[in-house]
Design a protein around this ligand. Structure first.
Ligand SMILES: NC(=O)c1ccc[n+]([C@@H]2O[C@H](COP(=O)([O-])OP(=O)(O)OC[C@H]3O[C@@H](n4cnc5c(N)ncnc54)[C@H](OP(=O)(O)O)[C@@H]3O)[C@@H](O)[C@H]2O)c1
Length: 211
């Protein structure tokens, strides 16, 4: 499958590294394709490099790995994404009273808002629940880390599940896109532990069953 990763920051570069040994073709969508670090990343992982709109146009699956506060503009600049699977890994974060928090929830979610911005696309909320380091490499973990998905499109979730498996995750279906209202606070649980409770960035959630 051809995967466009829009944004080459922490998450974009981690996903590119995590998919390096997979069978997928990756194209990095970057605003400045002359940037040396971006060119080095593309060369290192064997990815193509293109403008965000060109990358998205060429791919079957588009990962939006940009900050929430630029999401709407960045998405609109991609052109028509109808029929494409779009992964929304963004947590709608902002500073509230000097503290990093979700800026919305309960009655809507980032995932639902992205789906509304892209009515023809097959939006799947996922990859928002752990830090980028875990997306790049989780092979040494004693349990497979879980990664939940929320989408109204069951077939799209099945396709995304194969990509999550390639990234080393156990994909779990959380339900429809409304369940982004659960997955975004769940991402905040990871952020709280990692950044505020001192656990660091190299841990993840696992689902373990009693024998
Ligand atoms: N960091 C994590 O561990 C983590 C984990 C899970 C989910 N997330 C979510 O993933 C998203 C990305 O986080 P990040 O940490 O990777 O951010 P980041 O390191 O700041 O990278 C953001 C990327 O977005 C690009 N960008 C900014 N505005 C753009 C636009 N208008 N059009 C196209 N590209 C644009 C930037 O490109 P330039 O270089 O050109 O500025 C940069 O490559 C966020 O929504 C975050 O909530 C992050």
């Amino acid at each position: 499958m051809k995967i466009a990763i829009i944004g080459t920051g922490n998450v974009g570069s981690a996903l590119a590294r995590g998919l390096k040994k997979s069978s997928h073709t990756v194209v990095l969508g970057a605003r400045d394709i002359t940037n040396k670090a971006t060119q080095d990343l593309a060369a290192d992982v064997g990815a193509e490099l293109a403008s965000p709109a060109e990358a998205a146009k060429s791919a079957e699956l588009v990962v939006l790995a940009v900050p929430w506060n630029v999401a709407e503009a960045a998405i609109k600049a991609l052109g028509d994404l109808s029929g494409k699977i779009v992964i929304d890994c963004m947590n709608p974060l902002g500073m509230i009273g000097g503290v990093l928090e979700l800026t919305l929830g309960h009655t809507t979610s980032g995932g639902e808002i992205v789906a509304n911005w892209l009515p023809g696309a097959r939006v799947v909320k996922t990859l928002n629940q752990v830090g980028a380091e875990i997306m790049a490499n989780n092979v040494s973990m004693p349990h497979r880390p879980v990664m939940f998905m929320a989408s109204d499109d069951t077939q799209a979730k099945a396709i995304v599940a194969t990509m999550l498996t390639d990234l080393g995750f156990e994909p779990l279906d959380a339900g429809d896109i409304r369940k982004s209202r659960l997955l975004e606070p769940f991402g905040m649980v990871w952020i709280n532990q990692a950044l505020l409770r001192g656990r660091g960035r190299t841990w993840a959630f696992a689902a373990v069953d009693r024998k």
